[in-house]
Design a protein around this ligand. Structure first.
Ligand SMILES: [Zn+2]
Length: 472
């Protein structure tokens, strides 16, 4: 396997990735809380996770990827206070909690389709893993890790050695200034079970009281159920470091004495107008918000590649438009190569030029294996495009397509093995080309108009023609 270096938040350094089992990778990502639409800030994180998964798949690993869906237990604030986000939304919309959850979950995964994010191997809903979560709380109580307060059962963080191992704060016992209840033994203690007895949806009877699980519990229950007590990679947004992931680590340590995953990877924030994008501030965009402006959803994927995944990215419509133009140019390039191949244009193969192509693949490999350096990887892609354009009729188009498809295993732009332009349009182009050759210009132009009416445009020279879909 190729050497892959990743920035591990656990240890806060670049580390070589070594899987637990040879040729296999088990990875877990914290998924959405499905009480509202997903915004582009969320999607940045899922694109990053998808890129990592694609790199591993391209390298030949067999990958098992599990993602949770939070449909119960996530309160207004991460500090175990306020209302359950889903319950609140269900009251607002006058729908059942389940209907709210299903609606926004569907929207969430629609974003995956739009962004060409590979579906998780397993999608695990919190509400469908209540038994597993109850069992864990019982074990916490039995082992003395949980204690009872008026509103629920709390996890005693002082019982876990190295509670702050993931957090950037020194291990001085004060990590989170988030708990207001004075009854808690330690400031950072968090709810593993909240009491609730409204006779409503999404509460369960247990030997330790009727209620619902704390938010952090589901990820421990489901990651360990599907990936075992120890797996390779755990991922999420950088905002998960101080509370959610710290608490996930603590819970698993209480169960097994060990940190549950070897590599903890985090995607940075997306900032808009200097502020964090959030549903509560109302300053968020959804992927579908740009369609009216003719921006392709996948252009957001391209845009994300402009930033190191762990760093904060600043978003603007102008930057997205630039990404959109660039992606459309890439598609046009791809189409051009397909035309050169399909029209059987004579190629005067130059061995040096063809050999040089391999160096772009090597360079691309280096970048993506260097902690997913996508900004540099995209530079390599464009250098490749420039080189090919300069040597267009000296390189076998099949070779160029092979390389594009290889890059695309990571990029996920959806390059295709066959000409993306429909056969009907290609035939029209061929007709025009031969009419022009026979100097029947009037007829040739009427066919050109037909092509344009259908939303395509022609690029022509003496040797060949290309029909493109996008104006970019
Ligand atoms: Zn989680």
């Amino acid at each position: 396997m190729k050497k892959l270096v990743l920035y591990n938040s656990l240890g806060r350094e670049l580390q070589e990735f070594v899987p637990i089992e040879e040729n296999k990778v088990k990875m877990y990502a914290c998924g959405p809380t499905v009480y509202n639409y997903a915004h582009i800030g969320h999607m940045r994180c899922y694109v990053f996770e998808d890129v990592l998964r694609r790199i591993l798949l391209r390298d030949g690993y067999s990958v098992k990827f599990v993602m949770n869906v939070t449909d119960v237990g996530h309160l207004d604030s991460d500090s175990d206070t306020g209302e359950d986000k889903l319950k609140k939304q269900s009251t607002k919309e006058g729908k059942s909690i389940r209907d709210v959850a299903m609606f926004y979950e569907k929207d969430f995964f629609h974003n995956f389709e739009l962004l060409n994010i590979l579906s998780p191997d397993i999608v695990a809903r919190a509400s469908e893993h209540i038994k597993e979560q109850i069992k864990i709380v019982e074990e916490f109580i039995e082992k003395g890790y949980a204690y009872k307060l008026e509103d629920g059962w709390y996890f005693d963080t002082s019982k876990v050695e190295g509670y702050t191992c993931l957090n950037c704060v020194k291990d001085d016992g004060v990590v989170q200034d988030r708990i207001k209840a004075t009854d808690k033994k330690n400031k950072a203690d968090f709810a593993v079970w909240k009491f609730s007895n409204n006779g409503g949806e999404y509460e369960w009877d247990t030997s330790f009281g009727r209620g619902f699980p704390g938010w952090h519990l589901e990820c421990t229950a489901m990651s360990m159920k599907y990936l075992g007590n120890k797996f390779d990679i755990h991922m999420g947004g950088v905002d998960h470091i101080p509370v959610h992931h710290t608490n996930e680590i603590a819970q698993a340590k209480a169960l097994t004495g060990d940190v549950v995953a070897n590599y903890w990877l985090h995607s940075g924030f997306l900032i808009i107008d200097g502020e964090k994008m959030s549903k509560s501030k109302g300053n968020f965009y959804r992927i579908t918000d740009f369609e009216e402006q003719g921006i392709l959803p996948l252009s957001y994927r391209y845009y994300v590649y402009g930033f190191a995944y762990g760093k904060t990215a600043s978003f603007s419509i102008e930057a997205l438009k630039a990404a959109d133009n660039a992606l459309k140019s890439l598609y046009n390039f791809e189409t051009k190569i397909h035309f050169i191949k399909d029209l059987d244009i004579s190629i005067d193969c130059d061995k040096d030029a063809e050999e040089k192509l391999e160096s772009f693949v090597e360079e691309f490999d280096k970048c993506v294996h260097n902690n997913l350096d996508m900004p540099k990887a995209m530079e390599v892609v464009w250098n490749f495009v420039k080189f090919v354009n300069l040597n267009l009729l000296k390189i076998s188009p099949s070779k160029i397509i092979d390389i594009l498809l290889d890059f695309d295993k990571v990029l996920g732009f959806g390059f295709s093995l066959d000409n993306p332009i429909s056969q009907e349009i290609i035939e029209l182009g061929k007709q025009r080309f031969s009419l022009k050759k026979s100097q029947k210009y009037e007829e040739a132009d009427s066919i050109r108009d037909k092509i344009q009416e259908k939303g395509y445009y022609l690029e022509e020279n003496k040797e060949y023609f290309v029909i493109n879909r996008y104006h970019g």
